[in-house]
Design a protein around this ligand. Structure first.
Ligand code: NI
Length: 139
């Protein structure tokens, strides 16, 4: 039997949606006000779902303290109160929330402990606004 543990984190960051390969007009057409040269910020909510067997000794899928430590060191310390455009991950790709979600997924998947249990990062969901969210699944 596999059980799932989910946890939510908040992350405030700024970005500007701009693709160097497009002209200024094309950028404005593609991104609208999100292409504003001064950028803008979001209070993102990052939701992480981890699946795995319940450890017979601890009764847990993953200790939330351990998950918090991974998310803090890999994600929050890096992106919270940062300008996403200045992060090396977003020099060659636009810091849309699709790309942020996919990078968060990759960073966490690489860092999640798999010993002693076989844990699996099921999905990462990033809520950008009340109305927009993005999810990356482990398929
Ligand atoms: Ni935005």
């Amino acid at each position: 039997m596999i059980a799932y543990f989910g946890r939510r984190y908040t992350l405030s960051a700024s970005h500007r949606l701009h693709c160097d390969a497009l002209t200024d007009d094309q950028n404005r057409a593609a991104y609208g006000k999100c292409n504003n040269p001064h950028g803008h910020g979001h209070n993102y909510i990052i939701e992480v779902l981890v699946g795995g067997p319940v450890d017979p000794e601890t009764g847990m899928v993953i200790n939330l303290v351990d998950l918090d430590a991974v998310v803090r060191t890999r994600i929050l310390d890096r992106f919270d109160h940062a300008n996403l455009n200045l992060d090396p991950l977003f020099t060659a790709q636009v810091p849309t929330t699709e790309n942020l979600c996919s990078e968060v997924f990759r960073l966490l998947k690489d860092a999640l402990p798999t010993v002693p249990q076989q844990l699996r990062l099921e999905y990462v969901r990033v809520e950008e606004t009340e109305n927009n969210f993005f999810q990356c699944y482990n398929l």
